[in-house]
Write a protein of this length. Structure first.
Length: 251
């Protein structure tokens, strides 16, 4: 049940996407998502799909890593198609909306797979930095998001272990009735909550022993390279192409 959920996992590698500057990676993610949701024609959807497949190939990871989250959400996509059909939305438009969701999930998954928690926290802190001018603690905000992402793989792994142990004992979730499924969820949630509290205490103690502070956050800064600039420029060109088409269609 939880094998297809891979939120927050990081796979070490030396590919082009792995070596991409995290700030540029996050900025390009925003540009890609904005361009996706302004597409109204399938020709531009095809161009974006080719570009997305090229980035997934450059990440150096197997495509099975990216198809697992999509396969885990297959029922949600079918329910969305049924919902669109009930409310009379044309099939072509419904398929385009589903494609947009799948593209955003694939791109976001690629960013999480190829960016460590420390680099992602650094990128978020750079993006949130203007908020510090109005007194918002951007360092704490970015660190909280980074720690949350680092907690998720542990929580999912522990939940999967509990689910497998229950299956060995004869409580198969797929074949259980509603009452048994509620009992299984009860057996999963309480140990996960207890384990998360212990893990949070351990992380807090470790950070306190190491005298972790905001000054240590800027110990390692990510530098910009030629490929980072080229990647950002290519995303900007793609956005301009899509937005120009959207404006022309609107006119």
């Amino acid at each position: 049940m939880l094998n297809n959920i891979t939120i927050g996992k990081y796979y070490y590698g030396t590919s082009l996407v792995h070596r991409w500057n995290p700030v540029c990676k996050l900025f390009c993610s925003l540009l890609f998502i904005l361009s996706i949701f302004t597409i109204e024609q399938w020709i531009f959807a095809f161009i974006n799909t080719i570009f997305l497949l090229f980035l997934l190939l450059c990440s150096g990871l197997s495509f099975s890593y990216y198809t697992k989250p999509i396969w885990g959400l297959r029922y949600m996509f079918l329910m969305l198609l049924l919902f669109y059909f009930i409310f009379g939305i044309p099939f072509e438009q419904s398929a385009l909306l589903i494609w947009k969701l799948v593209s955003v999930i694939l791109y976001s998954t690629m960013v999480l797979y190829t960016t460590s928690v420390g680099d992602l926290t650094y990128a978020l802190a750079c993006f949130f930095y203007p908020l510090s001018w109005i007194g918002i603690p951007t360092f704490l905000l970015s660190r909280m998001i980074g720690l949350t992402l680092s907690f998720l793989p542990n929580i999912l792994e522990h939940a999967n272990q509990i689910l497998k142990s229950l299956t060995v004992r004869g409580m198969d979730y797929k074949r259980a009735n509603i009452k048994q499924k509620l009992y299984i969820w009860k057996a999963i949630l309480f140990p996960i909550f207890d384990n998360s509290m212990h893990y949070a205490d351990a992380v807090a103690d470790t950070m306190e022993v190491r005298l972790y502070s905001e000054n240590q956050f800027h110990f390692r800064e990510c530098s910009f390279h030629c490929m980072d600039i080229l990647g950002v420029l290519f995303h900007i060109c793609l956005c301009i192409l899509v937005w120009k088409d959207g404006l022309l269609c609107g006119i």
